[in-house]
Design a protein around this ligand. Structure first.
Ligand SMILES: C[S@@+](CC[C@H](N)C(=O)[O-])C[C@H]1O[C@@H](n2cnc3c(N)ncnc32)[C@H](O)[C@@H]1O
Length: 305
């Protein structure tokens, strides 16, 4: 298994301790420890079934999408996770007789290993890239692993785990003429059943990894419209301590007083119109096709420069 490392485990561990000190945990720490990955996969198993028909439909069109690519098709997936959605595309390209090289890009070693191993099982040539896709420099280095034309993927509402106004511009900046980007967004809906116990368990998992227990405080979820862009909604999660805590992480002793808040990862969601205008008006991408999921909870856009 080949994995190129731009972001080391030691850097992630240091950054985790710094983030705890700053009371602000970004998205990448929610897929870092094996317990977080397990909790995430439990959510995926139950809630993302709705995307299966969309991915089957996209996979059916994959060979046609890249028919203008001469020779090998580079598939670069930003925030690939375990690569389960990407594989529908890879399998379809391989079945169409195309030579494929798959580059899953993720901060999570655990996830990358799964994505690489499963692609190898499909006899697909693969190079994992361990990088921080919130860094424009890492994003560019990962994109430049192969020359254009390339098929980029950013799916599973990975975009919504970052500030989408910044992130989509960084991603668009990696695209050259001839490249194709498949990017999806989760549609905003006023849910009553959210957060589920599975979501709470997953969001809590980085705190559990340093010995914090549910009795040490309470988690609050809140969703508001983001005034910066029409059709953009931000779901925030905060843990408020109910007692004084003393945590040890990477040799640091971190004191968190009762009543303090730790900002957990956030999630952006979109209206259909908001997602469309973000890609076109804000990131200056051209949308070739837009595919809503069967249950209307996601929309996937096929974009070019
Ligand atoms: C919402 S999951 C989606 C995973 C996958 N694309 C799917 O659809 O199942 C987001 C993925 O982005 C990765 N990720 C989060 N923050 C990251 C960062 N700063 N740099 C690189 N990867 C990151 C996570 O490890 C996770 O695998």
């Amino acid at each position: 298994m080949n994995i190129e490392v731009l972001l080391t485990e030691a850097e992630i561990a240091d950054e985790f301790a710094e983030s705890l000190e700053a009371r602000d945990l970004p998205e990448k720490f929610f897929y870092w420890q094996p317990a977080s990955v397990k909790a995430w996969q439990e959510i995926e198993r139950t809630s993302h079934e709705s995307l299966v028909p969309t991915w089957a439909a996209l996979a059916g069109r994959a060979a046609d999408l890249v028919k203008g690519f001469a020779g090998r098709v580079p598939v670069i997936s930003f925030g690939a996770g375990d690569g389960s959605k990407d594989r529908a595309i890879l399998k379809s390209l391989l079945a169409a007789g195309r030579e494929v090289k798959y580059f899953p890009v993720d901060a999570s070693q655990n996830m990358l290993e799964m994505a690489c191993a499963a692609a190898e099982d499909e006899d697909c040539d693969v190079l994992g890239i361990k990088a921080d896709i919130s860094s424009p420099m890492h994003l560019m280095l990962a994109a430049d692993v192969s020359e254009a034309p390339r098929l980029f993927l950013m799916v599973g509402n990975t975009l919504g785990g970052f500030d989408p106004l910044d992130q989509i511009r960084h991603v668009a900046g990696c695209l050259h003429a001839g490249d194709i980007l498949l990017v999806d967004g989760q549609i905003y809906e006023q849910e009553t059943e959210y957060p589920t116990a599975q979501h709470e368990n997953w969001v809590f998992s980085p705190l559990a990894s340093v010995g914090i227990t549910p009795e040490d405080g309470g988690m609050k979820f809140a969703e508001t419209a983001d005034d910066r862009w029409e059709g953009l909604y931000l779901l925030t999660r905060r843990f408020q301590t109910a007692r004084d805590l003393s945590i040890r992480s990477m040799g640091r002793q971190i004191q968190i007083a009762r009543g303090e808040r730790i900002v957990m990862n956030f999630r952006f969601r979109f209206t259909r119109e908001g997602f469309h205008s973000l890609l076109t008006r804000h990131a200056r991408l051209k949308i070739v096709a837009e595919i809503p999921s069967a249950d209307g909870r996601y929309v996937t856009a096929v974009c070019t420069k």
